[in-house]
Design a binder for this molecule. Structure first.
Ligand code: FAD
Length: 310
């Protein structure tokens, strides 16, 4: 059995594993795809102290750093269920898709999240070539350019307000006949001179020149007409889905499906900690996920030295 079993191998999981291994305790990492969302990222310019890097490069560095320690890395392993310890301080079980089970005195959940995509032609083709999901990450790349934000919930409207301060023009596109964002955000958005709001508009296609995005088409849901907007960037803000399905019914989740953690990364299940995009901690970023991973790992270590199992 492990002392600490980390489930998920993104920035949060890698940080958690390194912090645990440095305590000299038995540490394992089970991950479906080591590197996580970082593998899908092109340029990264906000990982502090590294001016500029690329996703696959950072993912390789994460794995290399973990491998410097005595950590049992189990890649291509998908967790399907968590079984809390039968007795206080007992072993927690993590079931894997391949039928095997792993047992550990403490578990750190770091299974991350995924952006909901529009699923329209051109979106996948132009991902990282104008189609973006993170305004904090990619906003500055569109300085002085025209962008659209897809989605009129809080995250879409926040993104539009944020981007309006950087780019030349923002078109906010909402499927519904009204915005769902908080009133105060809507008021702020409507006060901005370089923002156009389109409602009852369904994005139907992302256009590009083969290299990068140059426009999008949407259907006016009132008239049924198809229209085109010329632009250089599209920020899709229609939801971030935590990878927490496998925890339903065992670990307390928020209404959005995020794992609820306290200030030490502890979940509702004793000995089970969580970190990164899968949790309720706001602002989903690499540097935040790493910090949270380190914190959850120290929380788990604290738990271990206080519990009676040896
Ligand atoms: P993830 O990176 O999502 O890793 C989750 C891990 O868990 C993966 O190893 C995954 O395979 C594994 N996993 C999932 N489910 C299971 C399961 N059931 N069993 C086992 N393993 C499982 N952030 C920045 O700070 N700067 C940027 O420039 C930036 N650009 C981005 C660009 C794109 C296109 C995307 C998608 C995200 C970007 N982000 C950026 C956000 C950043 O990537 C995330 O905040 C960060 O990766 C979260 O780390 P994490 O470890 O919590 O989760």
């Amino acid at each position: 059995a492990f002392d600490v079993l980390v489930v998920g191998g993104g920035p949060a999981g890698a940080a958690a594993a390194i912090y645990a291994a440095r305590k000299g305790i038995r540490t394992g990492v089970a991950a479906e795809r080591f590197g996580g969302q970082v593998l899908d990222t092109l340029g990264i310019e906000n990982f502090i102290s590294v001016k500029e890097t690329e996703g696959p490069k950072l993912a390789a560095a994460l794995e290399q750093h973990v491998k410097d320690y005595d950590v049992d890395i189990m890649n291509l392993q998908r967790a399907t269920a968590l079984v809390p310890a039968a007795t206080p301080g007992g072993l927690i079980e993590v079931k894997l898709e391949n039928g095997a089970s792993l047992r550990s005195k403490s578990v750190i959940i770091s299974t991350g999240a995924r952006w909901r995509s529009m699923n329209v032609p051109g979106e996948a083709e132009y991902r990282n070539k104008g189609v973006a999901y993170c305004p904090h990450c990619d906003g500055p790349l569109f300085k002085g350019k025209r962008v659209a934000v897809i989605g009129g919930g809080n995250s879409g409207v926040e993104a539009a307000i944020d981007l309006a301060g950087i780019v030349a023009h923002v078109t906010l596109i909402e499927f519904d006949s009204k915005l769902r964002a908080d009133a105060v955000l809507q008021t702020k958005l409507r006060s901005l001179p370089n923002v156009t709001i389109l409602m009852s508009a369904q994005t139907t296609e992302v256009h590009g020149d083969g290299q990068k995005v140059n426009g999008l088409s949407y259907k006016d849901r009132n008239s049924g007409e198809l229209r085109r907007v010329d632009l250089e960037g599209i920020f899709v803000q229609i939801g971030l889905l935590p990878n927490s399905d496998w925890l339903k019914g065992t670990v307390e989740l928020s209404p959005r499906g995020e794992v609820i953690v306290d200030s030490h990364g502890q979940t509702s299940v004793p000995g089970v900690f969580a970190a990164g995009d899968v949790t309720t901690v706001p602002y989903k970023q690499i540097i935040i996920a790493m910090g949270e991973g380190a914190k959850a790992s120290l929380g788990a270590f604290d738990h271990l030295i206080r519990s009676s199992v040896t």
